[in-house]
Design a protein around this ligand. Structure first.
Ligand code: GLU
Length: 496
């Protein structure tokens, strides 16, 4: 692998939400740039005005930032190869299409959409692959120029060689060889004057001195056209890496809209923008997407960004499509959560409590983190485990309080004795409270869960909570006693 500084680009079109596949493409670009001491460029490919979605560019920039994939050059921060938004580069495309026309490698085409439709229909009737029939290919350049200057509506097409073969090379897939006569005279400049992706991206990659192009495998079909455009200019080609697509969990096809909506109900999304709210952290997400298509080692490898940069090797990328496996995302997310420092994790979970309208005592939160972090798969899991720490009161029903294999009256009696023990202790730290409660369990020959289950519900209002003694220590004696008393009064209520 080249160790020379690379220039790589993430070149999304602002046509919708940023997808997980884009997050991975951006990540691979970033890893290669960092690995080689190169530059990671953001280029916005917005020449298709019909598909433009306002706000999508900002979402992409925010997504990259959240993922920790900060770019070195881009429309928001500028750079020496700008502008970085294609709609700001029109004069560059205008100038470059004239170069190709001058070289006899491109030509204006005046065919009307109606004519093109009927040509296509005729070809389909004859079981031919639809293609441009070359009507305007042989127009005299002088004549063509006159018509253009007279304002006649036209597109500009690539003049594909009809003889010979095109050989292109993808780093993951090897050589692809095609007979030139099957390649079309594709449109480079549309009738509205804007370039197609094919033309704009090739010009930009060259002018921005891009060394490696990572892009989706959906571009394999037009890959020979792209190589031919570059060769027509006489430019050097980048290294091409067509990444496989993400398949739905069953491995059969891409996620549909309906499946995407279903996934959201289960707490997963294929859009980066949702991930924070769903409690995923960028470290977990990057690790997960990275290994869908990169054999970094074991597929369960938990890797930090630093380790990924260190290990990244484009020769270890693989071309086969990967099925989305959200259970693995959970795994990586949980693992990375456990690697965060207490302070960092506290800062990241705090907003989830605040969004629930809770007032978070920072000191208490720092004590809560160590006892919940083993259990967190996503950040929002902090709510079921720990929201009760920040509530003034907790709720429980009589039913919930009644200990297993006991009546309400027996539980009440046990509760009174437990209260008595707790009241007699100087404080409710783990070391002070555990021994007397365990001896009580033994003396009374109770099951531990009868005592601790009751206390857990009384103190936290929950059947599942972080470790009981640590939890009691955090809320403190005063509140524990209040809540046990409240539990006793609920147990004492007549059944309705
Ligand atoms: N704008 C293209 C897309 O979003 C980019 C492909 C490329 O990276 O060249 O698919």
């Amino acid at each position: 692998m080249t160790e020379k500084p690379t220039r790589v680009r993430f070149a999304p079109s602002p046509t919708g939400h940023m997808h997980l596949g884009s997050a991975r493409t951006a990540l691979y670009n970033y890893l290669l740039a960092k690995k080689t001491g190169g530059k990671f460029i953001l280029r916005i490919e917005d020449t298709d005005q019909k598909r433009y979605v306002p706000g999508a560019e900002q979402e992409l920039i925010d997504g990259l930032h959240w993922l920790g994939l900060d770019h070195d050059e881009g429309p928001d921060i500028g750079g020496p190869f700008g502008p970085y938004r294609q709609t700001d580069r029109k004069s560059i495309y205008d100038e470059h299409i004239q170069i190709l026309i001058g070289k006899g490698k491109a030509y204006p085409c005046f065919c009307s959409p109606e004519r093109l439709t009927s040509v296509r229909e005729e070809q389909m009737k004859n079981k031919e692959q639809p293609h441009y029939d070359g009507m305007c290919r042989s127009l005299e350049p002088v004549e063509a120029r006159k018509r253009v200057e007279a304002g006649e509506k036209h597109v500009i097409r690539f003049k594909m060689e009809k003889e010979g073969k095109t050989v292109v090379n993808d780093l993951l897939r090897g050589e692809i060889i095609l007979d030139n006569h099957v390649l079309d005279d594709s449109v480079l400049i549309k009738s509205d004057g804007w370039p197609t992706y094919h033309f704009a991206a090739m010009v930009d990659d060259h002018l921005m001195e891009i060394t490696h192009v990572f892009r989706g495998s959906e571009w394999l079909g037009t890959f020979p056209l792209h190589a031919n455009i570059i060769r027509a200019f006489g430019w050097e080609e980048p290294i091409w890496i067509h990444l496989s697509v993400f398949l739905k969990p069953s491995g059969k096809g891409k996620m549909s809209k309906r499946e995407t909506a279903e996934a959201l109900k289960d707490g997963y999304s294929i859009f980066v923008k949702d991930m924070n709210e769903l409690g995923f952290i960028p470290e977990g997400l990057n690790n997960w997407t990275a290994l869908m298509g990169w054999g970094a080692g074991e597929t369960e490898d938990v890797l930090t960004m630093f380790e990924m940069i260190d290990k990244f090797d484009i020769r270890k990328l693989n071309a086969s499509p990967a099925a989305i496996n959200f259970n693995k995302l959970d795994y990586f997310n949980g693992e990375h959560i456990r690697r965060l420092s207490i302070d960092d994790l506290a800062a990241r979970v705090k907003p989830y409590f605040v969004n629930e309208g809770l007032v978070v005592d920072e000191q208490k939160l720092l004590k809560v983190i160590p006892i919940i972090r083993e259990r967190l798969v996503t950040l929002d899991d902090c709510l079921p485990f720990a929201a009760w720490f920040f509530k003034d009161s907790v709720d429980f029903t009589k039913e919930e309080l009644i200990a297993k294999n006991m009546t309400a009256a027996e539980t009440y009696e046990m509760g009174v004795e437990i209260l008595d023990i707790l009241e007699g202790l100087p404080e409710l730290s783990h070391s002070v409270a555990e021994e007397p409660l365990r001896s009580y369990v033994e003396k009374k020959q109770l099951a531990p869960n009868q005592v601790f289950g009751f206390l857990r519900i009384a103190v936290s209002g929950q059947k599942v909570s972080p470790p009981l003694f640590e939890s009691m220590e955090i809320v403190g004696k005063k509140i524990v006693l209040e809540r046990v008393k409240q539990a006793l009064s609920v147990l004492n209520q007549e059944n309705e």
